[in-house]
Design a protein around this ligand. Structure first.
Ligand code: ADP
Length: 261
């Protein structure tokens, strides 16, 4: 399972890298192809020159074809956000997490009653929880406790001011807490960076948290780490509350349903 997780992280990163490079490279090729076309249209070209320009044009076109294929390979799987009952999703994962983390780690789920549904891709939420749990286990080599907690949360204007990129509003919070080594402020500051890892080669890719960050941001959510050396770490993930059908209807104003005072 871990092997699969690491493999998925690597493929995702390779996809992003190749996608980015292919995109930029294709723009450069467009310039080359554009100018060779202009050159070949010039009057009084001798046969040798025309052949040279044609050769440049053919090579550039082949390269362009290659980058198109790379782009197709690197294209990210689109997110499939849906209304998700986070409690049910977390509860369904508990047995699998216990098997993955081993007996030395106790798992507790503290699931809030009356939890709002959230709106996000359930497969990505599961991947995020698994990533966070594996990180927690790595931080507890001598065993410990992993707590998964959910809560309805209102992120206030004040909180949004104190934390970049947060929209104040209603969120479903999922917190993953461990009693592990904790992070130094330096590690905490860099934890979301792609490829940042403190783990030995082959154990960490440094992509887990950066992927979670990307997913949460794309979902209109927010993520925050609280950590204390020697005590442990809490990662809090906030996903937007899914609107009820009535609220959804209200959010899309219709011409025949004028708002009542
Ligand atoms: P990886 O786990 O492959 O190193 P991540 O992006 O998931 O990549 O994590 C980056 C770094 O953040 C880790 O190498 C580790 O130093 C730190 N980290 C992440 N989660 C925890 C945790 N629960 N406790 C302590 N440190 C953590």
């Amino acid at each position: 399972l871990e092997q699969q997780l690491r493999q998925a992280q690597k493929m995702e990163a390779i996809g992003q890298l190749t996608g980015g490079i292919a995109h930029d490279f294709n723009n450069l090729l467009t310039v080359i192809i554009g100018y060779t076309e202009m050159l070949s249209a010039a009057p009084n070209l001798d046969e040798a020159r025309r052949h040279q320009i044609q050769t440049i044009d053919q090579a550039a076109s082949r390269a362009s074809d290659l980058t198109r294929r790379l782009l197709a390979f690197g294209r990210r799987q689109p997110l499939e956000p849906r209304k998700v009952e986070m409690n049910r999703l977390a509860a369904n994962m508990e047995a699998m997490l216990q098997r993955t983390l081993g007996e030395s780690i106790e798992i507790e789920c503290v699931l809030a009653g009356g939890l709002w549904p959230c709106f996000a891709d359930p497969a990505q939420i599961e991947a995020a929880i698994l990533n966070l749990a594996v990180n927690a286990r790595d931080a507890m080599p001598n065993g410990g406790k992993l707590t998964i907690e959910t809560a309805n949360t209102r992120l206030s204007e004040d909180y949004a001011v104190a934390n970049a990129d947060v929209e104040p509003g209603q969120y479903v919070m999922l917190a993953v807490t461990d009693t592990g080594t904790g992070m130094t402020p330096e590690v905490q500051a860099r934890a979301f960076e792609p490829f940042f890892t403190t783990k030995e080669v082959g154990k960490g890719t440094g992509l887990g948290l950066s992927m979670i960050y990307g997913f949460v941001k794309q979902s209109g959510g927010h993520i925050k780490i609280y950590s204390e050396i020697g005590h442990g770490t809490v990662v809090k993930m906030y996903l937007p509350r899914a609107l009820s059908e009535a609220e959804q209807a209200a959010a899309v104003p219709q011409s025949d349903t004028a708002a009542q005072p």
